[in-house]
Design a protein around this ligand. Structure first.
Ligand code: ADP
Ligand code: MG
Length: 576
């Protein structure tokens, strides 16, 4: 590393802004020169209005001093890194030039902080807006930021001696327990677990912290569904085990149905201590679905749900630039199964009613020949029986699902009870409704064409995140507002990097199916973690799941795919 950053900066006072570029490289940490700590200016900033420069701070193992138990496993490293990023963000709080991406309630693998698997060394990365007086270098402020604030962050946030050891332990152990609980689900035949005492409601629609106050009812599992799981740190915990199959959440409006489902949606991620959902977990292959009219669909076999459209289009090979509520939800369901989903979550509040139900009276009035849609109620059992895909549905408005549910859970004033027996009795009285499909057909796999994922405009960055929930992909905007399990806005950036990586590494090669390309992406992320995405570009991001990455790819408006004619399910069979 180079010595003397402070003096170098002093010489640049008043120089033209572009000369900051000369500082790119690795420096000894100002004021801690003999410790081995370094400050690297990864990328400069061309002018005061350009995106901030990137800085990486490295604290070597001996100096960081974390006991090996805190970084011995990937889960522990992720938790420790998350704790350190949060602490660093606190130390830097109020400083507008320097932004540390610490994330929210979820504990994700992020580019901002990494703990080395080799020796526990810590690297912190962030953006820093290099200060200027107009287009001249403001060296004094730069010295304050780079030579005093940054060393202060390293000293107070990235060294074990500076931290509250009990708080570090609690954070790491909480995350480890959540992860162990999630890992235990398949062995227990469960799709989700909600611990007794969990707090599910949130502060508000825009505040993801737990709701507070007298009115909050902690979760308590119905007796018959209570399971006990032994965790590495907390010991035995009890809670509601939600089994595989078709589960229905019923109950009156405002009784907590959607809140429970939302907790299952975010149960794919670990949560910080005090969140209330630390021990609310769902299988990693859980995908929330919803209607999303207007979205693009490229060559998806939706014939399980949609037959003979009025315009005569072939629904075994269905494309549109402007899907309706029902066709969008049908496509999203088929795409989720294609990408490997094992559990589907659907809430009546955001579902297309005509894709969910078609009752006896409507069957009598509108002949099947005149109704292209086959409701999910007729294939949801086959999804589980023939494809191993479970479903959890919130449905307070129609009783048709009572017949097909393995479990009916009633929410009553935020308290769940198992009403499956009673539901069976109710469902034993025939309604005159008849099933319109026998089985859910095999998935038709698609192979994305890499050429369709290249940006038109050469030389420009391929993929950029745009605000909270959109990506720019070449010339196309990808709208991710309806992809509800994206944990935070920086995960959108992670999705962009993952797409970029899949194309650059040739995982998407025109012959591999999307599912195979996603397997290769998962392998990259399993072996290199966030480093795999950092290699694409140094920016703030959180590592995404394959499902959100696939969802983004499926929404790229220029996407083209190939389908092998011989693939199972590409036949012309029709439901019912
Ligand atoms: P539903 O989907 O049954 O209509 P919601 O899940 O939308 O009901 O919940 C309605 C309201 O009740 C929301 O404002 C939510 O925050 C609140 N709520 C949900 N669960 C609880 C709980 N356990 N304790 C207190 N308030 C809750
Ligand atoms: Mg609701």
């Amino acid at each position: 590393p180079r010595a003397g950053l402070e003096q170098q900066l002093a010489r640049l006072e008043g120089a033209s802004y572009g000369r900051y570029k000369g500082l790119v490289g690795t420096w000894e940490m100002p004021g801690a020169e003999t410790t081995g700590e370094s400050l690297r200016l990864v990328r400069g900033q061309s002018d005061p209005f350009a995106p901030p420069a990137r800085v990486a701070v490295r604290v070597p193992a001996e100096r960081a001093g974390f006991p090996s138990a805190l970084w011995s496993t990937p889960v522990r490293r992720r938790a420790l890194a998350s704790f350190l990023a949060r602490r660093a963000a606190q130390v830097a709080a109020g400083e507008r030039a320097l932004r540390i991406d610490a994330g929210g309630q979820e504990v994700l693998d992020r580019g901002s902080c990494q703990v080395s698997a080799d020796d526990g060394a810590v690297t912190l990365r962030f953006g820093l807006a290099l200060p200027g007086h107009g287009r001249r270098i403001d060296a004094r402020t730069a010295q304050r930021l780079l030579c005093r604030l940054v060393p202060d962050i390293a000293e107070r946030a990235l060294r074990y001696v500076s931290l509250d050891a009990a708080a570090v332990d609690e954070f790491v152990e909480t995350v480890e327990d959540s992860d162990a609980l999630r890992e235990a689900l398949p062995g227990l035949g469960l799709v989700a677990f909600v611990a007794d005492g969990a707090v599910l409601p949130r502060g508000s629609g825009v505040d993801d912290r737990p709701a507070k106050g007298e009115g909050v009812v902690p979760f308590s599992s119905p007796g018959g569904m209570r399971v006990t799981v032994r965790l590495p740190n907390a010991g035995n915990v009890t809670g509601m085990g939600l089994g595989e199959g078709v589960s229905l959440i019923v109950g009156g409006g405002f009784h907590g149905k959607s809140t429970l489902l939302r907790a299952l949606e975010t149960g794919i991620w670990d949560h910080v201590p005090g969140d209330g959902r630390e021990l609310v977990v769902s299988r990693p292959e859980t995908v929330k679905l919803r209607a999303e009219d207007g979205r693009r669909v490229e060559r998806v076999d939706v014939h399980a749900f949609v037959g003979h459209l009025p315009d005569g289009s072939d629904t075994t090979d269905f494309s549109t630039d402007n899907a309706s509520g029902s066709t969008s939800q049908a496509a999203s369901l088929c795409e989720a199964v294609e990408a490997g989903a094992r559990v589907l979550l659907i809430d009546e509040d955001t579902a297309a009613t005509n894709l969910m139900i078609r009752d006896a009276r409507m069957q009598a009035l509108v002949a099947k020949e005149r109704e292209p849609l086959t409701p999910l109620v007729d294939s949801v059992r086959s999804l589980h029986r023939d494809h191993g895909v479970s479903t959890v549905l919130v449905m307070g408005g129609s009783g048709d699902y009572l017949e097909v549910a393995d479990l009916v859970l009633m929410m009553d004033a935020y308290r769940p009870s198992d009403v499956t027996e009673r539901a069976r009795e109710v469902a034993s009285v025939p309604t005159g409704r008849h099933a319109e499909a026998e089985s859910f057909p095999p998935v038709v796999h698609r192979s994305p064409d890499p050429a369709s994922l290249e940006p038109e405009s050469r030389g420009r960055r391929r993929v950029r995140s745009r605000g909270e929930d959109a990506l720019t992909f070449g010339e196309h905007e990808v709208d991710l507002r309806s992809v509800e399990q994206i944990a935070d806005s920086r995960q959108v950036a992670g999705i962009g990097l993952a797409l970029d990586l899949m194309v650059r590494r040739g995982h998407v090669d025109g012959t591999r199916t999307l599912a195979e390309a996603l397997d290769l992406l998962d392998a990259d992320l399993a072996s290199a973690g966030a480093d795999a995405l950092l290699a694409v570009r140094d920016e703030d991001f959180a590592v995404p799941r394959r499902f959100e990455t696939a969802a983004a790819l499926n929404r790229v408006r220029g996407l083209r795919v190939r389908r092998a004619a011989s693939m199972p399910g590409a036949s012309t069979e029709r439901p019912g």
